[in-house]
Write a protein that binds this ligand. Structure first.
Ligand SMILES: C[S@@+](CC[C@H](N)C(=O)[O-])C[C@H]1O[C@@H](n2cnc3c(N)ncnc32)[C@H](O)[C@@H]1O
Length: 218
């Protein structure tokens, strides 16, 4: 890596208001393909993942809207934001009054972006930059999972982990715009929001983002 992840995020994004969640500012990119190419060069990895961290995804936007309307879901509680990306859900939880929020993502740029974004919003977010899906569920009150159901192999690992969290009495909130691997039979819909996204990422620039609670099994 030629530069630090922090410097890379700063160079390739602009700090701007999140559509529909104007109380939050994030370092965001305009175009996905040139940035993806820059990541591939920076990491010398032609298979580098998409720069998820440079966008506010529809599932995360829905969770953000839900927490603004229902701060009681997280207020005074310990929150874990799985697959943080930009840290959008983590920061929304802090805005809603969570006592402590920890983000988690496997992408080093997501860790840097979340730190920068938390700071830009005057918030603190702890971070686990590793794959936590093979680990025990942390001791928290709420798990947020924004836009995790876009890929089969990931979905197959996320669902049992979230179910373990639920079995331990943790509230699990899922935000999603109808991705292919969303396990709808395990979920109860709580709310639906029209969220503004971008045709850089989606087929349409507006999506219906839904927020669900994971049901307790058995
Ligand atoms: C579509 S983005 C969603 C980001 C954010 N939650 C939002 O809604 O804007 C999915 C994120 O999942 C992360 N991810 C993929 N596999 C993961 C894993 N095993 N553990 C944690 N995060 C993972 C990716 O790096 C990416 O940042």
């Amino acid at each position: 890596m030629a530069t630090s992840p922090r410097a890379f995020v700063l160079r390739h994004t602009r700090l701007r208001l999140v559509p529909g969640l104007e109380e939050i500012r994030l370092h965001l990119a305009d175009a996905v393909l040139p940035l993806w190419h820059a990541v591939q060069i920076e990491t010398a990895d032609p298979d580098a993942p998409l720069p998820f961290w440079a966008f506010a995804w529809a599932g995360g936007l829905a969770i953000g809207r839900y927490l603004r309307e229902h701060p009681e879901a997280v207020a005074g509680r310990r929150v874990f934001d799985l697959a943080s990306g930009s840290g959008l859900c983590a920061i929304a939880a802090m805005h809603a009054g969570a006592s402590v929020v920890t983000g988690a993502d496997i992408d080093r740029f997501a860790a840097a972006a979340t730190a920068l974004n938390a700071r830009a919003n005057g918030r603190r977010v702890a971070f686990a930059r590793r794959d936590v899906l093979d680990e025990e569920v942390p001791d928290v009150d709420v798990v947020l999972a924004g836009d995790c159901w876009y890929e089969g192999q990931l979905a197959e690992r996320v669902l049992p982990w979230l179910k373990r969290a639920r079995a331990q009495g943790i509230d699990v909130l899922v935000g999603d715009p109808g991705r292919r691997y969303l396990p709808t039979e395990e979920l109860s819909e709580l709310a639906s929001f029209e969220v503004r996204t971008t045709t850089e990422l989606e087929d349409l620039d507006h999506k219906q983002g839904r927020v669900y609670a994971l049901r307790q099994s058995g």
